[in-house]
Design a protein around this ligand. Structure first.
Ligand code: TLP
Length: 350
């Protein structure tokens, strides 16, 4: 039985081109900034995003934490959405290691934050209050189902934050999915943010890595924090080489993942008992709910036993993520297996 793995786009394996580039990569000691392949990757990322500089880090989690450490001091408050990945799935690192208070504003269903609510959450100067120093955004928004923030919205909220003296960090783990979905240059999407990070190891299929981009000054400070966290790696051009291929060759094809996600969502909508909103699918993430008679963890387990893997962000929801390693035919097969399972569940309930 073929396993159709929709747990995450992080499971994508490196391409042949990537493996070849890794084998052939020219390398040096990156702590001395002497790895030509890492330097090339950082220059390429900075150029594509139209930021002054970029820093190669081990992961999205590390990039986000470095951004917080660079912008804030212990005891500061930072604002983010109630569904932010930084809040839910980064082990509380902002508080544990950054010493900051994470103040949340409810995320709208489409990943946005209400401007008025953000403004209210920004603390005025008061002897009792922590100082608010940073606003964190997420594009695409993972827990909101891969939803995109437009350049117009991003500009408006960043302008508000800047007016109040805050910096803006964008967790753009899947920013290229947003750019492809909106058909806008990625640079336009990230222009309003002071810093942005994106992942090489999700839909772009590289094995490891994230890039944290911003001004020269920001990146110089971030580089020092990376060293403190143990992220100063040596001949890391071996993995950066795959990242270069990811940026050069893997961006445009993300549109295919968006098409398979829509195909999956519309297919799920045809299975009685499943709750799904195909019209809300904007990129490569599909959220749905199994029949009410079955707890979500049990549904996921039984679906897994039939070779369709998925995950859950919690509650009733199941998350399915499309990527390079699942084809439209695989989605058809997954839909058949899920339909069969749902029928079985419904017959047990009667
Ligand atoms: N997301 C992973 C899991 O952690 C849930 C996934 O499978 O989606 N920001 C966003 C928006 C992310 O979705 C992720 C990873 C990260 C940051 C962290 O990146 P890594 O995994 O490289 O530390």
């Amino acid at each position: 039985m073929k396993i159709i793995d929709l747990r995450s786009d992080t499971i994508t394996l490196p391409t042949e081109d990537m493996r070849r580039a890794m084998y052939e990569a020219e390398v040096g000691d990156d702590v001395y900034k002497e790895d030509p392949t890492v330097n090339l990757l950082e220059e390429l990322a900075a150029r594509m995003l139209e930021k002054e500089a970029a820093l190669f880090t081990a992961s999205g989690t590390m990039s986000n934490l470095i951004a917080i450490l660079t912008y804030t001091r212990h005891g500061n408050e930072i604002i983010m959405g109630s569904e932010a990945h930084m809040l839910w799935a980064e082990v509380g690192s902002a508080s544990a290691l950054g010493g900051v208070v994470m103040r949340t504003v409810p995320n709208e269903q489409d990943g946005r934050l209400d401007l008025g609510m953000v403004e209210q959450a920004i603390r005025p100067e008061n002897i009792h209050f922590p100082r608010t120093t940073l606003l964190c955004l997420e594009n695409t928004h993972n827990r909101c189902g891969g939803t995109v923030l437009t350049p117009e919205y991003t500009s408006a909220i960043a302008e508000l934050a800047h007016q109040h003296g805050l910096r803006v960090h964008l967790d753009g783990a899947r920013i290229f999915n947003a750019a492809v979905a909106l058909d806008v240059p990625v640079s336009e999407l990230v222009a309003p943010a002071d810093s942005v990070c994106f992942s090489l190891s999700k839909g772009l299929s590289a094995p490891v890595g994230s890039l944290l981009c911003g001004t020269q000054e920001f990146v110089a400070k971030a580089r020092k924090w990376r060293k403190m966290l143990g992220g100063g790696m040596r001949q890391v051009g071996i993995i950066a080489a795959a990242g270069i291929i990811a940026l050069q060759k893997m961006v445009a094809r993300l549109a295919e993942d968006h098409a398979t996600a829509r195909h999956l969502a519309y297919g799920l909508a045809n299975i009685p008992g499943i709750t799904v909103h195909p019209d809300r699918v904007q990129t490569n993430i599909v959220m749905f709910e199994p029949p009410i008679t079955i707890p979500t963890p049990e549904f996921i387990q039984r679906s897994n036993a039939r070779g369709v893997r998925s995950g859950s962000p919690g509650g009733r929801r199941v998350r399915a993520v499309t990527h390079r390693m699942v084809t439209k035919a695989d989605i058809d097969e997954a839909l058949n297996r899920i339909e069969f399972l749902v029928r079985e569940i419904e017959s047990e309930a009667h």
